[in-house]
Design a protein around this ligand. Structure first.
Ligand SMILES: C[S@@+](CC[C@H](N)C(=O)[O-])C[C@H]1O[C@@H](n2cnc3c(N)ncnc32)[C@H](O)[C@@H]1O
Ligand SMILES: CC(C)=CCC/C(C)=C/COP(=O)(O)OP(=O)(O)O
Ligand SMILES: [Mg+2]
Length: 298
């Protein structure tokens, strides 16, 4: 069902030599195409700062002293470095919640993107990290970075549907979704994590969800869905689907106040993509929330 993609030193995907599993649905085909074609400077130029390429957003206070004078010729470069620092801080915060994992463990990054979080997890824990993405370009990119860092024996990306993975039942110590749950049905997703996680293992997600207290998805949430071709779930759906799949919340953290500074800073940069207003307005009007949920597999 799943196959590791063959990688080369070229930036182009090497799908000709790889046996890529067929997407399970036409929707997944759309999403694979979307991420295969993605090359936004807001992601690549941030990743170029230190070689960790993320497709998630940032948390934490902006370091205005590090940014310095906006009129300075180096300001834009410093701004990019600062946005990247906040995105890496987000991944560190997710890893903080994985529990006591170590070098003998295998971790799963479901919807791994270009693999930045996987590298960070291996560097922190010494663990083996298995990533799945629908995109062959992303898997190639992640595997190339792992080879360049000489961690390819421990960090591996493959093209695979996160709802149907090859991981053995109960063989995984901890797993996560970093901004990738909005592409799948949550019941199907948590059933799969629950299957491959060992009892006592930890699952963590950082995600954007619509707030049931607001009523229904706001126009801003609908705009984010249209922009990314995704389907943002409500906070209630997360907790219900986890409860139905032996995932019991250990921590629920509302990161909305911590992510707003990232968005406000990003909105002033030359790398804006046009989606900044929807995130800022929906976080401000309370219709959308940025949350971490860590759960024990019981
Ligand atoms: C916004 S990116 C997040 C990437 C990564 N987690 C990060 O933090 O940099 C969403 C990712 O989810 C993946 N994805 C979406 N649906 C998927 C599915 N059904 N199976 C595997 N990956 C999926 C995409 O291929 C993409 O890599
Ligand atoms: C929180 C929510 C709703 C996220 C939707 C999923 C998504 C596309 C995340 C960021 O990816 P990216 O880093 O490629 O996006 P951008 O190009 O905007 O930085
Ligand atoms: Mg980004």
């Amino acid at each position: 069902m799943t196959t590791e993609t063959t990688t080369t030193n070229s930036a182009a995907p090497t799908t000709a030599t790889a046996r890529i599993p067929a997407p399970a649905t036409p929707y997944q085909e759309d999403i694979a195409r979307y991420w295969n074609d993605e090359a936004r400077p807001v992601n690549l130029r941030l990743g170029d700062v230190d070689g960790l390429y993320h497709h998630h957003y940032g948390i934490g206070a902006v370091d205005h002293a590090a940014l310095g004078d906006p009129a300075h010729s180096e300001y834009e470069k410093k701004l990019i470095t600062e946005l990247h620092r906040l995105e890496s801080a987000q991944a560190e915060f997710l890893l903080d919640h994985l529990g006591p994992v170590g070098p003998g463990d295998t971790l799963v990054d479901a919807g791994c993107g270009r693999g930045g979080s996987m590298i960070m997890a291996h560097q922190r824990f010494g663990s083996k990290v298995e990533g799945v993405t629908l995109s062959a370009s992303q898997a190639d990119f992640g595997n190339r970075r792992a080879r360049e860092l000489r961690v390819e024996d421990h960090v591996r990306s493959r093209v695979c549907n996160m709802l149907d993975t090859p991981f053995d039942k109960g063989g995984i110590a901890a797993s996560w979704n970093n901004e990738s749950t909005m592409y799948v049905d949550l019941h199907d997703l948590f059933a799969e994590h629950s299957r491959f996680l060992k009892v006592g293992g930890r699952y963590v997600t950082i995600t954007g969800c619509w707030n049931p207290r607001y009523g229904q998805p706001s126009k801003w949430v609908s705009q984010i869905n249209a922009h990314f071709e995704c389907n943002i779930h409500s906070r209630r759906e997360y907790l219900r689907a986890m409860a139905d799949n032996r995932l019991v919340p250990h921590a629920v953290v509302d990161l909305t106040p911590q992510t707003l500074p990232y968005w406000e800073l990003r909105a002033t940069s030359s790398l804006v993509t046009g989606i900044e207003e929807a995130f800022i307005e929906s976080y401000r009007d309370g219709s959308f929330q940025y949350v971490l949920i860590a759960a024990d597999r019981v």
